[in-house]
Design a protein around this ligand. Structure first.
Ligand code: ADP
Ligand code: MG
Length: 257
């Protein structure tokens, strides 16, 4: 029984990786959680999860020739299974992102919740693959009008591939921001709930520097609490593992740009 959720946004830097690990840790209280760095071109989850020094990553699993089994790139950390991705250009070039379908299908066997830390979906056609594979997408946006518009494009892509919206997560919300106005706009345009408003919080940067997920580094920080509440409001809908795996294997891989 598994549900695959893509954590996505239109552009980079909105907090997808931070959110993936925070939601993953919070959900790990109730579910078997696997998080995977599906941002194979701009991987950075490894730095947030204390895995910067590991030898084997998703790149080795995605190799066109002699790939390693996904188990070799799966690490038990912070109560979750974590599949980090390498950061070298050579590793990216030797990898076949299309193989992500099989990897996700295999990981689905062992998890209740699969969180796919996704590339910025508007960067290239290929970048939308995790959104294509996922059952639902969590859109991480900053509470500004341009960011909302990017988020709506992600929702549009997702809908085009039959992926529903699990919810919208506002991140880096500053005290002076008109949250109410943005929230009412969001509820009008997004076809899913608002999962939460995560404040701008220095603890997030400190956690990243310490190589730890926010919920491990500063569990009582305002941002960590907000992520925890967002996870509590997420209605995980685990589907039939075999059927989900079949769907992943037969998903259409979007063309390169
Ligand atoms: P993405 O994966 O979308 O590119 P990251 O999760 O790597 O984004 O976050 C980008 C940067 O923003 C990081 O330096 C991170 O520490 C910072 N950041 C993320 N969320 C917050 C927040 N709520 N408050 C302050 N800084 C944040
Ligand atoms: Mg990221």
């Amino acid at each position: 029984m598994v549900e695959a959720l893509a954590v996505a946004s239109g552009k980079g830097g909105t907090g997808k990786t931070t959110a993936t690990l925070a939601l993953g840790m919070a959900l790990a209280d109730r579910y078997d959680v696997t998080v995977i760095d599906a941002d194979t071109g701009m991987a950075n989850l490894l730095f947030h999860a204390g895995l910067a020094d590991v030898e084997t990553t998703l790149h080795d699993v995605l190799l066109t020739e002699d790939p390693v089994p996904v188990g070799a790139a799966t690490y038990e950390r912070f109560g979750m299974r974590v599949v980090p991705c390498g950061t070298s250009l050579a590793g990216f070039e030797a990898a076949d992102p299309g193989r992500l379908r099989d990897v996700v299908a295999e990981l689905a066997d062992d998890a209740d919740v699969l969180l796919l830390d996704s590339p910025a979906a508007l960067d290239s056609k290929q970048a939308v693959l995790p959104v294509v594979l996922a059952d639902r997408v969590i859109v991480v946006v900053q509470p500004t009008v341009p960011a909302l518009s990017d988020g709506l494009k992600v929702q549009e892509y997702a809908a085009a591939y039959g992926t529903d919206l699990a919810g919208v997560l506002f991140n880096r919300v500053r005290e002076d921001e008109p949250v109410e106005r943005i929230a009412s706009k969001a509820s009008r345009y997004f076809e899913g709930p608002t999962l939460g408003h995560v404040p701008e919080d220095d603890a997030t940067r400190a956690a990243r520097q310490a190589g730890e997920p926010l919920l491990a580094h500063a569990p009582e920080s305002p941002a960590a609490r907000a992520f925890g509440q967002a996870a509590a409001g997420l209605d995980v809908r685990p589907g039939d593992g075999d059927r989900v795996a079949d769907r992943f294997r037969s998903a259409v891989v979007p063309d390169r740009p």
